[in-house]
Design a protein around this ligand. Structure first.
Ligand SMILES: Nc1ncnc2c1ncn2[C@@H]1O[C@H](COP(=O)(O)OP(=O)(O)O)[C@@H](O)[C@H]1O
Ligand SMILES: [Mg+2]
Length: 509
């Protein structure tokens, strides 16, 4: 007999429906899997056989052909174990086939028949909903992840025999419910709070501007001055994720296989800090079947590159295009996929090779030439895309011993949200814009006109610092955010003057 079960395969961060057809006929006993399966899918034969036997089902000693459709799509990974097992049982008439048409199945099986979680369940659940399927059957540890999708019946099971029982008695099982909005509302505040940071008024201000306008930021300062500490507190002042954003972020993490065990909706903005030994593919995504990299895992959140100069230069070059476009395209012979990558870049670096240039206590031991080479290395094309370049100096002794706490993150976050609201209001005409950092030259002409005093100020800065046209645009964007934080409709000289201050690296040269 012939049976068909629905499953799905991941393509990029999306999923497409895969039909698993199983035919049992006379002939020499054996099992073949056709339809572009990779090795993991091929091995599914052996797992399925053992699992069904160990779960107490008589394995049909006949010829079994498993065909995965569409034939031209490459199928990978162990997630077809469950649909193949159920297909064999259905074709052998050991389970009822009534509910097979509108349910989607996926899961890895162990040799004892228990179900193990797989990657990409949320993406597949979202696709199932979009394709009009009624529900999805997944390993129990994936159930909460799938249940994030509203309006889809999710059934989670720990063992093959439970799935078989469910097919024979579908009304005996209730789908799992999870209220995504409630999960989001329950999200705990960030544990790292700005109130722990003493002094550092300018760095705190820069964090606030970065959060309000989505500007990329670099901290320059000696070791131990608090650069890492400050950067890690940026998520605590960002606006909360909306439900749609949370779904989007969760989907990317799901496809990357990071939610495999008991994962559910991600309720916080991501903060990714890859080590400086990271390779290009781990940063931007890759693999024979493309998977998202750190920049996509940081989507709608922060990518933190600590000790920027330690990263390999060619690896950093990979960041240029995604920083401009907000997505990354990965091309392979069989497929080309796009991963979203809208993140705020935060970096930290020492001011010179020894780390102490400009420090009032410890003298810098670098030669002037060594310093110049270092800055030349810093001021590459990546630095050109960083709006805020901020010096973080060593705390003064009286600041260090002060007991009073700094301003708490929650207060700062409220100002950030107000500034973002102003920007959204302005962007109503152009929905491609999310924050001030996204503005192009034409937007700047419309929204950042300068009066004559401010114009003169800007010209002086361009001349003195030798600013490029791109750097000039960046100053205007930052000035726009400063004005938004102040609640001002028009750019004024003080907004631009403050924005110019954040060109430290241009000034060092
Ligand atoms: N402004 C500050 N307020 C409170 N503690 C600080 C401050 N700056 C530094 N520290 C302390 O010094 C430690 C080292 O700071 P860190 O952020 O790692 O410095 P950097 O990254 O610049 O080398 C922090 O973990 C923190 O305990
Ligand atoms: Mg550090």
């Amino acid at each position: 007999m012939l049976a068909r079960i629905w499953s799905a395969a991941i393509v990029g961060i999306d999923a497409v429906k895969v039909g698993v057809e199983v035919d049992i006929s006379g002939g020499l006993p054996g099992m073949v899997v056709v339809g572009l399966p990779d090795t993991a899918v091929q091995e599914s034969r052996e797992r399925t056989k053992a699992a069904l036997k160990n779960a107490g089902f008589p394995f049909p000693m006949r010829k079994i052909v498993v065909n995965l459709t569409p034939a031209d799509l490459r199928k990978e990974g162990p997630s077809f174990d469950l649909p193949i097992s159920m297909g064999v049982l259905a074709a052998a008439e050991q389970v009822k086939t009534d509910s097979l048409e509108d349910l989607l199945f996926l899961g890895e099986v162990s040799l004892d028949g228990s179900l193990r979680p797989v990657a990409g369940v949320l993406a597949i659940a979202a696709a199932a909903k979009r394709l009009g399927m009624r529900g999805i059957v997944v390993p129990a540890n994936n159930a909460r992840e799938a249940a994030v999708v509203p309006g889809l019946a999710v059934y989670g099971f720990a063992h093959l025999s439970e799935v078989a029982d469910f097919l024979n008695n579908p009304t005996g099982y209730a789908p799992i419910h999870l209220d995504g909005l409630a999960e989001l509302a329950k999200a705990q505040p960030n544990t790292l709070d700005l109130r722990d940071v003493k002094g550092q008024a300018q760095a705190r201000r820069a964090l606030e501007i970065a959060a309000a306008g989505g500007h990329n930021l670099v901290f320059v300062g000696p070791p131990g001055s608090g650069k890492t500490m400050l950067a890690r507190r940026l998520p605590s002042i960002l606006p909360a994720l909306s439900f749609d954003e949370a779904l989007e972020v969760t989907q990317i993490h799901s496809v990357a296989g990071l939610l495999k065990d008991k994962g559910s909706l991600i309720t916080h903005r991501p903060f990714r800090s890859p080590h400086h030994s990271a390779s290009g593919p781990s940063l931007v995504g890759g693999g024979s079947i493309p998977r998202p990299g750190e920049i996509s895992l940081a989507h709608r959140g922060i990518l933190f590159l600590d000790e920027l100069t330690e990263f390999k230069r060619d690896v950093l070059e990979f960041l240029r295009q995604p920083l401009e476009d907000g997505y990354v395209t990965i091309t392979r012979t069989r497929q080309s996929v796009e991963f979203p990558a809208q993140f705020t870049l935060v970096a930290s670096t020492n001011p010179c090779p020894c780390g102490y240039y400009g420090d009032p206590v410890q003298p810098c031991t670098c030669s002037p030439r060594g310093r110049e080479q270092y800055w030349a290395r810093l001021s590459g094309p990546l630095m050109d895309r960083i709006d805020l370049q901020v010096v973080v100096g060593r705390l003064k002794p009286e600041e260090m011993t002060r007991v009073a706490e700094g301003e708490p993150s929650e207060t700062v976050r409220q100002r950030v949200e107000m500034a973002r609201d102003r920007a959204h209001h302005r962007f109503a005409a152009d929905p491609t814009l999310q924050c001030n950092a996204d503005m192009q030259s034409r937007h700047l002409r419309a929204w950042c006109p300068l009066d004559s005093t401010t114009q003169t100020l800007m010209e002086t800065a361009v001349r003195k610092l030798g600013l490029s046209a791109r750097a000039t645009d960046r100053i205007l964007k930052v000035a726009r955010t400063i004005a938004d934080l102040e609640g001002a409709d028009h750019l004024q000289a003080q907004h631009v003057a403050e924005a110019i201050q954040y060109r430290t690296i241009d000034r060092m040269q």
